[in-house]
Design a protein around this ligand. Structure first.
Ligand code: ADP
Length: 714
């Protein structure tokens, strides 16, 4: 048992004891006084004649009706207007008869309230306390105060039954009534204390109770005095008016409190609406929904259960019983009211245990069964994701209004929860994605490192191998050349041809090795240019001289034309010669017999230059086999040879143009090709007049970008 329940149980025992003691003592006192004053009662009946019965009836009905229009000010304390009837009755019926009338009418009204009949209903959370209060409490609350008031009135010389309406009589009724109010408040002190109320709080409540009784005092005086002048008809009329007036006032008060409640409900709905837009965790959201619901729906139990579709279970994420938070719990979907709501996709409103049986659903047994139950499904995207339910120990505690309200809350809550889930999922996904990206990045970094290491090894290997291969090759080429020179007329022509083949193959192999070495140097970024100033005329003439033999063999004419205004250039002459040899040997190789190969060199001023600096344009054009348009892009790739080129079996390695392009770009130049299959090709390159100037204009990074684009231009 928690400390809260210990003190609750103690308070309950105290309340029962106080009411029982007070009630028994009061009842005995009332019976005793009645016995002592039995003559007065018979006297009154005798004096009033048949009116006596009518008056008793009127006051019984009056007090009873007033008890039914109680004003509810707090959940526990009622301000009872029965006092008004009591104040009006004692001068006419005498102290004991009036006291019995008051006790009887208040007890009946209370008993009806307990049975949930009539306008006022009592919360039957603890029936024992209610029964004690009803059948014992009323003696103290009404019986004794009326007895005290009547006795004081009579002791001061008040007339019973009051027939003569005089100022003195009115004054005495007022004095008696004040005593009645005071005794009532005094006697209520003990039970209120036993509930655990502080004296200050009781005083505050007494102030409200007392002032309402005082307000009706003049009315009670008039009712008492009216009998003498006009008879019981006047008493009846005034009693009737009093009940109606109080009924209207009560309804007004109820309407006002309802409109305040509606406002409160609207505010809570808005609050929940706002909650949706905030990034709450699921638990925070549920708590928020609970606090807002609690403000607007009067319930003893509150639960939010979420549906776990994977296990077909209801998970009670929030379970609050009389302000105590219970631990989270799970339950399979099946029996019970919550499951009914989940299965039917519908709200369920039950007013009492009897009604629950009518629905054929059974609440899962709990220690203290509740009477009213209201549960609504939380629906998001047409799926039930959970249930919000409220319970009360009172019968018919929830109205259709409550159902509508909780449905609105449940709808909003469903969206909010769904959002929270989505947000969580999204966070999870983002996290997973980040992890994946990180893993992949690390993998790539490692692969890259491995590749770089492999690349370094490859280049190193190539450099070593080339060196190792070139040494024996030089011997082969050198000695075969010597043999060719010295054995021209000595060996048989067939054997001499073999020697020539050895020499040519050796040269070819050397070229290939040199090309591969150059390419691997370029790839490794180790190719450095040695730019010097030189005369392009002379370079071209030198290349022409070397090429002449080869061209003559193929029966091709090389026609070189160089503009006289072409200035001296500052480039790597060796590499330029290599470029020209490559382009010219291709042009010769792929030309038909007797076909011309034209070499044109012109100076291009900076303004017209596609490379942004003063340049020389070198064109090498032939009228050979040409290149198919779809292969133009690829001829600069390493080892690529065109279909037509391979078919014509003119040899080659597919490395020449790749090297050429690299050398041109290392010079910050650019190379393009135009070709028509069967008609010939024209390679055009732009080289800066001054390599250093071009290197200064284009920073290295841009150069790489530029060269990538130029590949497309080729
Ligand atoms: P190789 O000439 O050693 O095969 P290159 O890189 O110099 O290698 O040339 C690649 C390919 O481009 C050649 O094999 C050939 O198919 C094609 N090619 C190059 N120049 C010409 C040209 N002037 N006419 C036709 N095809 C050419």
């Amino acid at each position: 048992m928690t400390p809260a329940t210990v003190s609750e149980a103690a308070a309950r025992r105290r309340v029962i004891a106080v009411f029982l003691i007070q009630g028994t003592v009061s009842c005995i006192a009332l019976l005793w006084v009645t016995w002592l004053r039995r003559d007065q009662i018979t006297g009154i009946f005798h004096g009033l004649g048949s009116s006596a019965f009518i008056l008793v009836g009127i006051f019984l009905a009056f007090a009873f009706a007033m008890a039914l229009v109680k004003f509810e000010l707090t959940n526990l304390i009622f301000v009872s207007l029965v006092i008004t009837a009591c104040m009006a009755s004692f001068p006419l019926l005498g102290a004991s008869l009036a006291a019995w009338t008051a006790v009887l009418s208040a007890t009946i009204a209370r008993w009806l309230a307990m049975k949930q009949l009539g306008p006022v209903k009592t919360d039957m959370q603890d029936p024992t306390v209610e029964y004690v209060k009803t059948f014992a409490g009323q003696f103290g609350t009404y019986g004794i105060p009326v007895l005290v008031a009547g006795t004081i009135y009579e002791k001061l010389g008040g007339e019973v039954p009051l027939i003569h309406a005089t100022g003195r009589a009115a004054l005495l009724v007022v004095i008696g009534s004040l005593a009645l109010i005071a005794t009532n408040l005094l006697l209520m002190f003990m039970p209120a204390r036993s509930y655990g109320y502080s004296a200050k709080k009781i005083f505050g409540l007494d102030l409200v109770d007392g002032s309402i009784s005082l307000l009706t005092l003049p009315y009670a005086v008039v009712t008492a005095l009216s009998f003498g002048a006009m008879g019981w008809g006047a008493v009846l009329a005034l009693a009737f008016t009093g009940v109606i007036a109080n009924l209207v006032a009560r309804n007004l008060a109820v309407t006002r409190s309802r409109s305040l409640q509606q406002l409160q409900r609207l505010a809570s709905l808005t609050n929940i609406g706002k909650t949706i837009s905030l990034r709450f965790t699921t638990d925070q959201l549920l708590m928020k929904i609970y606090t807002e619901c609690k403000k607007i729906v009067d319930c003893s139990l509150f639960t939010i259960a979420l549906l776990d579709e994977s296990t077909d279970e209801l998970s009670f994420e929030l379970d609050v019983r009389e302000d105590t938070f219970l631990p989270k719990d799970r339950m399979p979907v099946g029996e019970g009211l919550n499951s009914w709501v989940v299965k039917h996709h519908q709200p369920l409103l039950i007013g009492s245990v009897a009604e629950e049986r009518r629905y054929g659903v059974k609440a899962i047994a709990d220690t203290k069964p509740t009477e009213s139950w209201l549960g609504v499904p939380m629906i998001a995207r047409d799926r039930v994701i959970g249930v919000i339910s409220v319970e009360s120990f009172r019968k018919n505690a929830f109205s259709d209004d409550d159902l509508l309200l909780i449905t609105a809350i449940a709808n909003q809550a469903a969206v909010a929860l769904e959002n929270a889930h989505l947000y969580k999922d999204l966070e999870g996904l983002t996290y997973a994605l980040e992890q994946r990206v990180m893993e992949r990045t690390n993998e790539l970094r490692e692969t890259n490192l491995r590749l770089m290491a492999a690349d370094r090894s490859k280049n190193q290997f190539l450099a070593n191998m080339s060196h190792e291969l070139r040494t024996p090759l030089n011997s082969i080429i050198g000695f075969s050349s010597v043999l060719l020179e010295s054995t021209r007329n000595i060996v048989q022509p067939r054997l001499y041809k073999f020697l020539e083949n050895i020499h040519a193959a050796g040269n070819h192999l050397l070229e290939l090795i040199n090309d591969i070495l150059d390419l691997s140097k370029i790839e490794a970024g180790k190719m450095e240019l040695r730019a010097d100033r030189f005369d392009l005329h002379e370079t071209l003439a030198a290349v022409e001289r070397v090429m002449k033999g080869f061209a003559a063999e193929a029966n091709v004419r090389i026609l070189a034309k160089i503009d006289p205004d072409v200035p001296n250039v500052c480039l790597d002459e060796g590499r330029l010669k290599q470029i020209l040899f490559n382009l010219l040997s291709n042009a010769v190789k792929f030309s038909p017999q007797g076909g011309p190969v034209n070499v044109n060199v012109a100076a291009i001023p900076k303004e017209e230059s596609p490379i942004g600096v003063n340049a020389v344009r070198i064109e090498v054009a032939d009228q050979g086999i040409g290149i198919a348009p779809d292969e133009l892009q690829r001829i600069f790739d390493e080892f690529y040879q065109t279909e037509e080129g391979r078919r014509s079996r003119r040899g080659g390695t597919g490395l020449g143009l790749s090297l050429t392009r690299n050398f041109v770009e290392l010079h910050h130049g650019r190379i393009e090709v135009q070709s028509t299959p069967g008609k010939g090709s024209c390679f055009t390159m732009y080289l800066p007049v001054d390599y250093h100037e071009a290197a200064g204009v284009m920073p290295p990074q841009m150069l790489q970008l530029g060269s990538a684009e130029q590949r497309v231009v080729h």
